[in-house]
Design a protein around this ligand. Structure first.
Ligand code: PMV
Length: 351
């Protein structure tokens, strides 16, 4: 019935890169300069929830992000267009009758999406956001099982392709010019290392000044460190996979911290330099190294994306100790900011 409306709601998680993607070979197709690997978090805490409804009676596609209607970006337009194309292929393959196919091609989408964390603050909201919209659109059209959603989500935001899968996920840059092999794959499911934990410290929930797209472009153009980056990433990804297989936290933690430091060294080597970290981030880096040297081995690792917020990776056995030390060190008795110390607004900023 062309006047009907359909609706579906899905959720998608954030992923945290352990070996980071930085730089594009192709801006439109979002083909990365290097391979990357990430951990997908539990979507019940951090992530995105999206409801898609569609009908032939809607005049145009529309997007409501965190309660406000937004203009659909050219990237999201690419995702929607590619999903429509995938749907037409699927319909023809499954011999959908011509009249229904005609009606379906007239459908327009209403996409209502909510992030559970600050948007565009280096908290991977674009990853879960684009993964979630892709998942919702594909589910609504009944093609979620028959397409590679990671390829589609990649067109919206590179890192989104990794949020399609749980656990340890690798995104291969790929060799094909059309991006057909630039997709994410699960290397290990989350239950392969169930004791792993990620704690997110929200240092600053504001929108960052230089978005990752702009930062990447500048680094590609000006940082010599980028030349050795693809090979370095391949080697580090192998180390991450090995550490995962052996469940060897010190080895994993070391690569995670080194790669985060490399990303921010590249940003500082960019002209003009880009600095995503702030004083609080620097204090946290020192804190983690001090803590590890007291414990006697790498038991906690930090990683920072294109923003000052800190992701701590550790094992469950250290969770209580770590949270206790963090709150003792950095929060005053009211759970409020201690100005000499890192800036967390309060306990609610620990996820
Ligand atoms: O997908 P984007 O454009 O938000 O870029 C993400 C880049 C980093 O978060 C810094 C690294 C990564 O691999 O996620």
């Amino acid at each position: 019935d062309p006047d009907s409306e359909w609706e579906c709601t899905v959720e998608a998680p954030v992923n945290i890169a352990l070996v980071k993607y930085w730089g594009k070979k192709d801006e439109k197709l979002i083909l990365p300069y290097n391979d990357s690997i990430s951990l997908t978090l539990d979507e019940t805490v951090l992530g995105t929830r999206t409801t898609v409804s569609y009908s032939a009676t809607y005049e145009e596609d529309c997007l409501v992000l965190n309660g406000e209607e937004q203009k659909i970006s050219s990237r999201l337009e690419n995702v929607i267009e590619e999903i429509r194309r995938a749907f037409r292929k699927h319909a023809v393959r499954n011999k959908m009758n011509a009249q229904n196919l005609m009606i379906m091609t007239r459908f327009r989408f209403r996409i209502v999406t909510e992030n559970k964390m600050p948007t565009a603050a280096g908290l991977a909201s674009s990853a879960s956001g684009m993964a979630c919209i892709t998942f919702a659109l594909c589910t609504a059209l009944g093609i979620a099982e028959s397409v590679d959603m990671s390829r589609l989500a990649r067109l919206g935001s590179g890192s989104a392709c990794r949020s399609i899968y749980g656990g340890l996920v690798q995104w291969e840059a790929g060799k094909e010019e059309d991006g057909s092999d630039s997709v994410a794959k699960q290397i290990y499911p989350a239950h392969a290392w169930p004791e792993l934990r990620v704690l997110v410290l929200v240092v600053n929930g504001e929108k960052k000044k230089i978005g990752s797209t702009k930062g990447m472009q500048m680094s590609i153009e000006t940082s010599d460190f980028m030349i050795s980056r693809p090979k370095q990433c391949k080697d580090r990804i192998q180390e991450v996979c090995w550490a995962f297989q052996a469940k060897h936290f010190p080895a994993l933690g070391e690569v995670i911290m080194k790669d985060s430091n490399t990303l921010h060294a590249i940003c500082r080597d960019t002209l003009p330099p880009v600095n995503y970290l702030n004083e609080t981030s620097e204090v946290l880096i020192e804190f983690v190294h001090d803590l590890n040297s007291i414990i006697g081995e790498v038991s906690v690792a930090y990683t920072f994306d294109a923003g000052p917020n800190c992701f701590l990776v550790f094992q469950e056995k250290h969770e209580h100790l770590l949270k206790w030390i963090l709150s003792q060190t950095f929060l005053d008795s009211n759970g409020l900011l201690n100005t000499d110390k890192p800036k967390f607004d309060n306990d609610e900023n620990l996820y």
